[in-house]
Unconditional design. Sequence first.
Length: 449
Amino acid sequence: MTAPETDHPMTGLGAEQLRTHAAEHLLRARDRSVTLTDAVDDDDLVRQHSPLMSPLVWDLAHVGNQEELWLVRDVGRREPVRADIDELYDAFKHARSTRPTLPLLGPAEARGYVREVRDKVLDVLDTASFDGNRLTRHAFAFGMVAQHEQQHDETMLATHQLRVGAPVLQAPEPPAPRAPLAAREVLVPAGEFTMGTSTEPWALDNERPAHPSYTDAFVIDAGCVTYGEYLRFVEAGGYDQARWWSAAGWRHVREAGLTGPKYLTRDGDRWLRTRFGSVEPVREDEPVTHVCFYEAEAYAAWAGKRLPTETEWEKAARFDPATGRSRRYPWGDDDPGTEHANLGQRHLRAAPAGAYPAGASPLGVQQLIGDVWEWTASDFLPYPGFQVFPYAEYSQVFFGPDYKVLRGGSFGTDQVACRGTFRNWDYPIRRQIFAGFRCARDARPDEVA
Ligand SMILES: [Fe+2]
């Protein structure tokens, strides 16, 4: 039996509280955008650090342009600030690789533009009514825009990681493990649970609606695969042995000449890692980061396991067998606190297994939220009952076999863009994102008896 979702605390907020809540998220996102763009000089802002990424100055003005479209023009019904630049900052009109060739706003102009838009948006927010259409109910459009900016802040952080040059970002180290993991693997019982959500006010269309979903009994790793574990696969010759790879994965690993996780180099008998401009020895107990889906899949095969499906991941994260309910997050229904998960660019790396025991799921699976995005075995597909909202380009145009789902957010993800139901997707060859994985396997008969 699955229990119904309970109402989200935001549904009880009055208009003034919603205004404060939305403003806090918008301001936090902007603080981060400013930190990431002020950290480098103007040459670096307009430079393309990789054909996979936009120049940072494009991301900045694009964030402002989306904010203008949704909140100044659509919700606020105000005159456009810069209708002439809409086309330049439409992500669907220009591939990332071509964006440096566009007549983009320069650094000073882009900064001035996003400030002007934000001033108007805070004005719109001051008098907005939240009981009208779906776009404004629970301040959804403001939440969507804050999420969008935070998603670009994570993309900009990935650009910082690709950037060549002296380090410019600083952050304290993540916490050390509090206690060793009680078990390396956790058994998840067979049965239905509630997947997705119909009650999270700021959930995006692809997370909806809540629906019953069934899994057989399975076993999932209590923590993510670490660099130490992954490098044993590398050193055992895993990248030279076709038998661990899918046909598409093997083709890719040969064509791309992959020999190990991105940003790692071999130095004699040790591995070094380049991280935001610093070169350091690899930490064995840190979750492996910057591997693509195919590498995750191959490691899992070598380890005698497989990747979890998206459904398995969410069940391990949210299902509470004591109540039959799905929680908002592994630890419960409270928003993420610093004790629960490594989120929000507070630390610039994933934390070792055992660093966030307070964030464990009811079944004892740890660090599902934060640290690294986790590749799943699943294609990005709509849930039963999916409805486009507020526009087809958010999710619908990406549904299909080209993209694999990633779950849980990374150290670079803000909490506003990381619910227990949040779904990310990317091509199976992508490695510049902050992605790792954990393994799963079918439960043996003796384990479920
Ligand atoms: Fe965008």
